[in-house]
Ligand binder design. Sequence first.
Ligand code: KG4
Ligand code: ZN
Length: 341
Amino acid sequence: MKILGIETSCDETGVAVYSESEGLVSELLYSQIRLHKEFGGIIPELASRDHAQRLAGMTQKVLEQADLKMIDIDGIAYTLGPGLIGALLVGTSFASSLALKYEKKLLPVHHMEGHLFAPFIKQDIEYPFIALLVSGGHSLLVLVKSFKDYTVIGRSIDDAVGECFDKVARMLDLEYPGGPEIDRLAKMGNSDQYKFPRPLLHDGLNFSFSGLKTAVRYQVEKLNDQGFLLEDYIHDICASFQEAAIESLHHKCVKACNEFSVGNLIISGGVAANTRLRALFSESKNLNVIFPEFKLCTDNGAMIAYAGYLNFINNVTMDDIYSPRPRWDLNQLCKESSLDG
Ligand code: KG4
Ligand code: ZN
């Protein structure tokens, strides 16, 4: 069985083929970062147009790379949501047209379910596990008992952690997306130099990052007022901010695993590429921490193809699969998915 996966929820066009017998056989990823960089963030209309221009060519190339034709494909998986409405519409229309033309099964995928299972493209799943899903739009802690049995047990009450990295990076005149830049600069800084808050640390399983962002803003303003140059403090600010953000995530994950007596922790989504996060979590005793490969942390077509494959073999059906869902709660996905086809 072979599934074509199409990801267009944000600023990456991802196309891939997952094969039941051979794993990931072909993948292509185009990042629109250069397109949006000059604006310091994503311009939704530009994102949609760029997805529309690239999808057909990339799909053809992905198939050629794997020496496949549409006739060899069993199902077409695509991101139905959450994400930017225009970008989702492009992917949904493209996948639906292909499915109609070649009479293939259409497999709508929840973008966060894609991130959730990304580590398992290369290794087997052992339930139950807790998943920390950290991206530009989400910070979720999810208890996963089995396929389609997900309970969101914690989430950010304000900014997502990736969003917070991006906003702090902007304060420091770093290019978009800020996460990788902060990660790089933090390696040359002292994380004890500035004491930033770890909000909600002793309060349930939810996260909060906007207070941390504001604390960094005040510190940067203070340093500027005192006449310091950006180059004098940027490394220490990055290291101290990153440590506060990562420690908050780590603390809640350990708490969640203890509370639910679960030893397996999956960490996925763009921020899972952070080197300090990977180091800190890897030191955690009593926890079996699993990350996707680096390239599968951020958005990609492979995770959509794989989640589509899981939906296919579990005979998942869903209503209203042609209307993109810019907002789509993960808890809702489980309620509306029927497993018996
Ligand atoms: O999962 P993703 O590619 O897209 C969304 O679904 O949002 O995540 C993108 C986010 C951005 O906020 C980016 O700054 C962040 O992931 N990110 C990082 C790193 N690489 C990407 N944050 C911290 N450290 C990194 N190395
Ligand atoms: Zn994502």
